[in-house]
Design a protein around this ligand. Structure first.
Ligand SMILES: [Zn+2]
Length: 360
C-alpha cells in the first residue's frame, strides 16, 4: 500500500478515514470539531451540493474548502450512486449510454447527469480528489445488468477523462490539479471485475474505488472487495467506498485499501450509539480480534454514571463530560448531545486509523 498522496490541500496519509460531509457539513459538528477529533479529510456529495447551495454560490465563495472553512483534503463523489438509488427505488428516471436521466418527483422536471456534467460540477466544487461517473449495481442483479453496468462505467470513465483533460487545459488557476479516480464495477462476477479494472488501468487514473455493494448478508465483506484490490497494483491509492463498520474497515485495510468513508459513526452518534474500545488499544491486536463495544447512552444505567464514555478516549466530549450529562442532553433533546456524541465517534475512528498506521 502506498503511504501517502499529495493533494491540492496537503498530504493525505494512508490509511485514512473520511466522514461524509454530504451537504458541505458533517451533521452536528463544524470543521474545527472534525479536525480536533483527528479527522484529516472529508467526502462531499456532488449531487446534493449542486442542488443546495448550488454551483454559482459555491463558485462565488471560492469553492468548497473556503465555504466550509476546511483547508484539508476533500473528496467529491460523482453523484451517480444517489441518482442510481433514486431510479431503482422510486423509478424516477432511466439509465442510458449517455448517462442518467432523473427527476426528484414523479412527473417533475427531468435532469441529466452525464459523465461530462459530472466532471464539470466537481471542478466547480473544487475538491482535491474527484470521481468518474459510474453505474452502481447490487450484486443480486442479473448478469445482463452487471454487464451493462461495466460497459457504461468504462464508456463514462473515458468520457470523464476527456472532459477532465479539457477542464485542466482551460483552467487559469495555478492550484495543483485535482486527482481523478475511477470506480471498478462488475457485481459478483470475477471476469467482469477483471475486465473493468484492466480497462480502467489502461485508460490511466490517479486512483481507484471499489464500486457496488460490499457487504454480505452476514455483515462481512464480499470476496470481491479483496479480489478488486488484487487487480489494482499497490502503487495506486485504493478507496473502499462506503466501508464501513470498524471490523470491515480493518478487513478492507488488510485487503490493501487505504481510503475509507462511511456515514456509520456519525449516524450512530445521532442515534445515541457510541463506540468504546475494549481495552487500551496500544496493547491489543485489532487486526484479528473484536476490539470494540457499543454503549447506548440513553439507557437508564447511565443516568447517574459519572464516568466518561470511554476512559481510553481523549476527545473533547470525554475530557469534559460524563455519561450522565450526555444521557441528560439526549433526554432533553438538546442539540449539544448530537455534537458531543459525533465528536466522540469520530475520535474513535481516527484512533482506529492511528492504530492501523502504526501496526498495520
Ligand atoms: Zn471520546
Amino acid at each position: 500500500m502506498i503511504k501517502e498522496l499529495e493533494t491540492g490541500h496537503g498530504t493525505l496519509k494512508f490509511p485514512v478515514y473520511l466522514p461524509d460531509g454530504t451537504r458541505g457539513v458533517v451533521r452536528a459538528v463544524d470543521s474545527v470539531d472534525v479536525a480536533n477529533a483527528g479527522i484529516e479529510a472529508m467526502v462531499v456529495n456532488t449531487l446534493h451540493l449542486s442542488s443546495k447551495p448550488g454551483m454559482t454560490t459555491l463558485a462565488s465563495m471560492g469553492g468548497i474548502h473556503n465555504f466550509m472553512g476546511w483547508d484539508k483534503p476533500i473528496i467529491s463523489d460523482s453523484g451517480g450512486f444517489q441518482v442510481f438509488s433514486m431510479i431503482v427505488d422510486s423509478k424516477l428516471g432511466s439509465i442510458s449510454p449517455k448517462g442518467f436521466s432523473y427527476s426528484h418527483t414523479k412527473g417533475g422536471k427531468k435532469k441529466n447527469l452525464t459523465p461530462e456534467k459530472c466532471i464539470q460540477l466537481q471542478f466547480r466544487i473544487g475538491a482535491d480528489i474527484i470521481y468518474c461517473l459510474d453505474y452502481c449495481t447490487h450484486p443480486e442483479m442479473d448478469r445482463a445488468t452487471q454487464l451493462t453496468s461495466v460497459d457504461y462505467t468504462l464508456k463514462w470513465a473515458k468520457k470523464c477523462k476527456q472532459e477532465y483533460d479539457r477542464q485542466i487545459k482551460q483552467r487559469k488557476s495555478d492550484r495543483p490539479r485535482p486527482l481523478l479516480f475511477a470506480v471498478v464495477q462488475g457485481g459478483n462476477d470475477k471476469d467482469l471485475r477483471k475486465r473493468c479494472a484492466e480497462e480502467l488501468l489502461e485508460m490511466g487514473f490517479d486512483g481507484f474505488g471499489f464500486g457496488g455493494w460490499p457487504i454480505q448478508e452476514d455483515g462481512t465483506l464480499t470476496d470481491m472487495v479483496a479480489y478488486v484490490s488484487e487487480l489494482i497494483p499497490d502503487s495506486y491509492p485504493k478507496h473502499a467506498l462506503g466501508i464501513g463498520k470498524p471490523e470491515n474497515l480493518v478487513a478492507a485495510f488488510k485487503a490493501g485499501y487505504g481510503i475509507f468513508d462511511c456515514v456509520i459513526p456519525t449516524r450512530d452518534a445521532r442515534h445515541k450509539r457510541l463506540y468504546t474500545f475494549k481495552e487500551d488499544i496500544k496493547g491489543m491486536n485489532m487486526l484479528n480480534g473484536d476490539f470494540y463495544d457499543y454503549l447506548y447512552i440513553h439507557d437508564d444505567i447511565h443516568i447517574k454514571d459519572s464516568r466518561p464514555i470511554d476512559p481510553l478516549c481523549d476527545c473533547l466530549t470525554n475530557n469534559h463530560y460524563s455519561r450522565s450529562y450526555l444521557n441528560h442532553l439526549f433526554n432533553i433533546n438538546d442539540h449539544l448531545a448530537y455534537r458531543l456524541a459525533t465528536i466522540h465517534n469520530l475520535r474513535f475512528y481516527s484512533k482506529l486509523i492511528e492504530y492501523l498506521r502504526e501496526h498495520g
